[in-house]
Structure formats: structure tokens, C-alpha cells
Design a protein around this ligand. Structure first.
Ligand code: FES
Length: 406
């Protein structure tokens, strides 16, 4: 999947306040998962391991430069969920594995599926994201980071977990499922995994292996929209009726401790609404979105050139990043985002999706006011504290000051 959701505050709590930064990592292996999806393994040298600790369910942004339609070099960033549980080796090195599914018309994913190979180097951002289990952890998240090396550290509470994933939404979910099932011998995990056809199922073998390993604790429900399965419940699109039926039969919804929803906007929204109507509290639901559903312009307007005209009115935008103060003037008529303006003077301002989904560009408004277009990343309590997504925020007062460091 290409873009994920997080609340940056939760990420910070989970991983310690680590500023997202890019590091060049070498591709160790490219493995084909389906006709249009690959798994890419990056080696993380010992010296960088601390930068790449992660929790199962988090994501990394990848950055490279590719020719655009006019053949001009164009920087591209895409976010991909990490598909494996955390693992480190005796020499202190570790690895990051992501799955990249080819999006229709997707420049980066098409290039990666066709061209990316072992030995290539890409810029990889430190892992982020709050699509992680919070059940019974009580601040024990650090243990999850080394989960497979030290499963005994994971003796959290047993739980009953359900994930509903579609397509490449399986990517973070498989890492979460593996980790939670290993964490406690009484934990149960139900996975509803929707695809068009059997040939589209990513991690088919890995899921079967996981089922073999935990035959009584893992339930796999493959739902195929374009193939007839023996059980009518597992055939066709997941709509409101099918979801209600699944929750009434295959899954005992009232006994679930934590839900993980990962897929396109419509499916995630349908699941959230259905669960809310059944009385499931929002704090028991984690979700992550694909950008291909919403927002409409996942590319945002990053890189759109704005030439400040001294004769025209401007907003004065100041920002703090890594302890350094920056300032930029933004023409009022341009209605550019805070992020876009800030990038003109500081190319290291963090962002990934530029579409209001991932939360990488989060900052706190400390003076002035902004209006925000889309927000699929920040929770209400973060908004109440003044946090905004700078890729979606536009000044509404002559002077605005934001802080990326808090
Ligand atoms: S860069 Fe992803 S929400 Fe702003």
C-alpha cells in the first residue's frame, strides 16, 4: 500500500521522539509476491539501527528521483508499510522489508516493480506510524521492537484481535498478526482479507505458514470479489450486508479487544461505521488508509513553484525545525500550504504523502491561525492542542508560526 495513517503524537510516544529523517539504504533483495507486487528488503547497518527501530504496523517513506513526463528529474516520495516483524542480528545490523504494489499509473510503484533490484540504493525515512497494537501494552512498546528475537519479552496480555484488510492492506497487518500471535499463547487473531481474485493475494504462502503454526488461534477468511468461493459469505465485495453477516457469524464482534482496519477509504469507513453502530469504542479501532481512495490528490502540491512578488501582499510564515528558526514569505493569492512555503527555504522539512494522510508533516501552531483542507491523520485531542498537518494548512492571519519540534 502506498500511504498510511498515523498520529504523530502516538508515534512519538511509541518510538521515543525521533525526528523522521532519510538515510540511504541498500536494497538487499527484491522478491516477487504477485504479478504486480514485490517485497523489498533493505539492509540497515549497525550504526543506523537505532534510526530504524519500529513497531509492527509502522511504515517508511522512500525517496528517489525519477524522470517525469517531460523527462525532467523529479523527486518522488512514497510511503510503504513494513511487512515483517522487527528483527536484528548479532552484529547489530537489522533489516526493513516493505511491500510495493503497482498502482495504476503510479510512477514510483511501476518503476519499482519493473526496475528495482538488489544493490540499488534508496533514501529511506525512519519508521513512523501509529497503526500499532495498544492492547495491554502499558508502555511496553519498546519490547515489541525486538519481538522476534526475544518473544519472551512480549508477555503482554492475551487478546482477541481482528483485522480487516484489502489488497496491499495486508502489509502492516501480517507484521502485526505475526507479532501478536507470538506474544501470548492464548491470543486469537481473525483476519478478513479481501481481494479480487486468488492471484491477487499477497503473502499467500506466508499466511498459510502462519495458519499452520497457529492452527487454532489464527482464523483466515479470504474474501474474493471476482471468484466464487464455496461459502457465499466469502464471495463478492465486502459491503454493509456482508460485513454484518461476517460479524454475526465468523467473528464474535463483542469479544474483540482490538480491531485493525487497512484498505481503501470506503472499506475502512464502512467498517468503522459498522463497528460504531455495534457499540465498539473508537479507542479499540486502529485504521490505516490507502491514498488511492481519498484524498483526491495524493500528490498534494509539493514542489509547485511559487515566486513571491514583493509588490503583492504576503503571509509571513516562521517555523522551528530541529531547533533552528526559519522564515518565508508566501503570497496571499497563491494559497500555498505551510509545508510548500517552508520547503522553499528548508528542503529537509518532513513530509511523505502530501495528502493529509500520513501525519509526517505535523507541526504545532504557536502563533497566528491556519485553515486545514484534509485531515486523515490527526486525532481530535491533537487538533485541540493546536497540531496541524502543514501539507494541508494555509495561513489565515498575516503571520503564522509553527513548531515541528514539539
Ligand atoms: S505529508 Fe502526509 S499528512 Fe502531510
Amino acid at each position: 500500500m502506498t500511504v498510511v495513517r498515523q498520529t504523530a503524537a502516538e508515534t512519538a510516544a511509541a518510538t521515543g521522539r525521533r525526528r523522521a529523517s532519510f538515510h540511504p539504504l541498500t536494497v538487499d533483495e527484491v522478491r516477487r509476491l504477485t504479478d504486480d507486487a514485490i517485497e523489498v528488503k533493505f539492509g540497515v547497518p549497525a550504526g543506523l539501527s537505532g534510526q530504524f527501530d519500529y513497531l509492527p504496523g509502522q511504515y517508511v517513506a522512500l525517496r528517489t528521483t525519477l524522470p517525469d513526463e517531460q523527462g525532467e528529474p523529479h523527486e518522488i516520495r512514497r510511503s510503504y508499510s513494513i511487512c515483517a516483524e522487527p528483527r536484528s542480528f548479532a552484529d547489530g545490523s537489522s533489516e526493513i522489508r516493505v511491500a510495493i504494489k503497482k498502482d495504476l499509473g503510479g510512477l514510483f510503484s511501476t518503476w519499482a516493480n519493473a526496475e528495482l533490484k538488489s544493490g540499488d540504493v534508496l533514501d529511506v525515512m525512519s519508521p513512523m506510524g501509529a497503526f500499532v497494537s495498544k492492547h495491554g501494552r502499558d508502555g511496553k512498546e519498546q519490547n515489541l521492537m525486538n519481538s522476534m528475537n526475544h518473544p519472551e519479552d512480549l508477555a503482554g496480555e492475551p487478546g482477541s484481535f481482528v483485522a480487516i484488510a484489502a489488497g496491499s492492506g495486508i502489509t502492516p497487518v501480517i507484521a502485526i498478526a505475526r507479532t501478536l500471535l507470538a506474544a501470548h499463547p492464548d491470543t486469537r487473531f481473525d483476519l478478513v482479507y479481501a481481494n479480487k481474485a486468488a492471484m491477487d493475494v499477497m503473502f499467500l504462502e506466508e499466511l498459510a505458514d502462519l495458519k499452520d503454526k497457529y492452527p487454532s488461534r489464527l482464523a483466515l477468511h479470504h474474501v474474493l470479489s471476482r471468484e466464487q468461493r464455496i461459502a457465499p459469505l466469502l464471495s463478492g465485495r465486502i459491503d454493509a450486508g456482508k460485513l454484518q453477516a461476517l460479524l454475526g457469524t465468523a467473528i464474535q464482534a463483542d469479544q474483540v479487544d482490538e480491531w485493525f482496519l487497512c484498505g481503501p477509504f470506503e472499506l475502512v469507513q464502512l467498517c468503522r461505521d459498522t463497528l460504531a453502530a455495534r457499540g465498539v469504542k473508537p479507542e479499540h479501532i486502529r485504521f490505516e488508509l490507502f491514498t488511492s481512495g481519498k484524498p483526491d490528490r495524493p500528490e498534494g502540491n509539493i514542489g509547485r513553484p511559487v515566486v513571491p512578488d514583493e509588490s503583492k501582499e504576503t503571509y509571513k510564515i516562521t517555523f522551528k525545525l530541529d531547533g533552528l528558526q526559519g522564515e518565508v514569505a508566501s503570497p496571499t493569492h497563491a494559497r500555498e500550504s505551510i509545508l510548500n512555503a517552508a520547503l522553499r527555504v528548508r528542503p529537509d522539512v518532513p513530509f511523505a504523502c502530501a495528502g493529509g494522510v500520513c501525519g509526517t508533516c505535523r507541526a504545532k501552531v504557536v502563533a497566528g491561525a491556519v485553515t486545514m483542507d484534509e485531515n486523515y491523520a490527526l486525532e481530535q485531542d491533537e487538533l485541540d492542542k493546536g497540531y496541524v498537518l502543514t501539507c494541508q494548512s494555509h495561513p489565515t492571519t498575516p503571520e503564522v508560526s509553527v513548531d515541528f519540534d514539539v
